[in-house]
Design a binder for this molecule. Structure first.
Ligand code: ATP
Ligand code: MG
Length: 371
């Protein structure tokens, strides 16, 4: 990956511009961690970048206002987020700078970034360029803002969540100024869109350190500013949807599928989720999420589920054709009715799921009704 990244910046340099790898990739490289997307900083403008990669790559200018002046290039299957050296003027609404200037020097660009650990560069010869001493902070495992912390978070309150994300996922500590500044500026989080906040929260909740992340959010008393209620309801931290289901917030947006799951988990949470009918109706995943957050052992739920005599209607050992033949009827709505009753009886142990037993039962109980 590094080889392709160096190749990529060489292509930009060969067209007469300066280009460096920056951000997560360099940070993770120095920590000997895997990284996925690669951020590039360059004095070439997005248009010039598009020209350089016009024939070999898929490229897309990022139109969303937060990414003004960036272009995403897919080169040899790796996503490169290419951003032009810039300086940002006075921030509005705790997120957006009032103006952005393109600049020609790297150091000015590095100074507008969030944390020292994210402002380390690698040039085309693998040399590390680190004027803000980010490497030292990596060694000491410290999250330190580049600008004074309070001003930095006031300019862009999303940095508060980024600080927490890096702190928990890298297992770093906050510089004391960061803690003081978060306490002073947390109200500005209200001005950040839920969409942006969710991206960072998802990264925290999906990480192996979700528990620590949620503890930090509580310690810093950010629940109100983030509209994260019910954090105390969370008993299990291994599943992103499980966490969001316990929070059960109307402010954050989810896909239709996620919304459905969250709703079901909350329904099952109020029920006895070792009840075979509940296990059958809502399935294993939803029952695990609801159950483990109530402190029920996951293995117990899996065992109860695997002991179900049927997992779906298809497991009922009598076909629609057999029922129709037996009752001498054309298939219609009545089949649904019969299956529903069979389901119930089988799940509650009142009827064995065996073909001859089911046929006898149908013969005895439904023959009269459905003539
Ligand atoms: P990841 O590993 O998640 O990609 P990253 O540090 O690369 O982490 P990105 O969101 O990809 O984070 O951003 C790339 C770089 O852009 C960051 O390393 C940082 O230098 C800068 N940056 C991103 N968001 C901000 C922000 N809100 N304020 C200041 N600088 C930022
Ligand atoms: Mg990145």
């Amino acid at each position: 990956m590094k080889k392709i990244a160096l190749e990529f910046i060489n292509l930009i340099e060969n067209s007469g511009y300066k280009a460096y790898i920056v951000g997560g990739f360099v940070r993770d490289f120095l920590m000997k961690k895997e990284s996925y997307d690669i951020d590039i900083t360059t004095n070439a403008t997005p248009k010039e970048i598009q020209k350089i990669f016009s024939s070999v790559t898929v490229k897309r200018p990022i139109n969303d206002e937060d990414n003004y002046g960036s272009v995403r290039v897919v080169y040899k299957n790796i996503i490169f987020e290419v951003t032009t050296f810039r300086k940002e003027l006075e921030y509005l609404d705790n997120r957006h700078p009032s103006r952005i200037f393109y600049v020609d020097d790297l150091e000015t660009d590095l100074k507008r970034r969030d944390f020292t650990i994210n402002a380390i560069c690698m040039d085309k010869n693998s040399n590390i360029i680190d004027p803000l001493q980010g490497k030292l902070d990596i060694q000491n495992k410290i999250i330190r803002t580049i600008a004074p912390s309070e001003a930095s978070f006031k300019d862009d309150a999303l940095r508060i969540l980024r600080a927490i994300r890096f702190m928990v996922t890298l297992n770093f500590k906050f510089h004391p100024d960061v803690i003081i500044a978060i306490k002073k500026t947390k109200q500005y989080l209200k001005n950040i869109s839920y969409e942006r906040k969710k991206i960072e929260l998802d990264k925290i909740f999906a990480s192996p350190y979700a528990k620590r992340g949620i503890e930090i959010i509580k310690e810093l008393e950010l629940e109100e500013a983030l509209d994260l209620k019910n954090l105390d309801r969370i008993q299990d931290y291994t599943d992103l949807i499980g966490i969001w289901a316990m929070i059960n917030s109307d402010s954050y947006r989810f896909t239709r599928h996620e919304k459905e799951l969250i709703k079901k988990v909350n329904i099952v949470y109020e029920m006895d989720n070792l009840d075979p009918k509940v296990l059958y109706k809502y399935g294993l995943y939803v029952n695990i999420l609801a159950g483990i957050n109530k402190g029920i052992n996951k293995k117990r739920i899996i065992k109860a589920y695997s002991n179900l005599p049927i997992k779906s209607k298809n497991d009922i050992k009598v076909t629609a054709k057999e029922i129709c033949l037996l009752l001498n009827k054309q298939p219609s709505y009545f089949l649904q009715d019969i299956y529903r009753q069979l389901e119930d009886l089988i799940l509650t142990g009142k009827l064995e799921n065996e073909n001859d037993i089911l046929l006898t039962y149908i013969q005895k109980n439904f023959k009269e009704i459905y003539i």
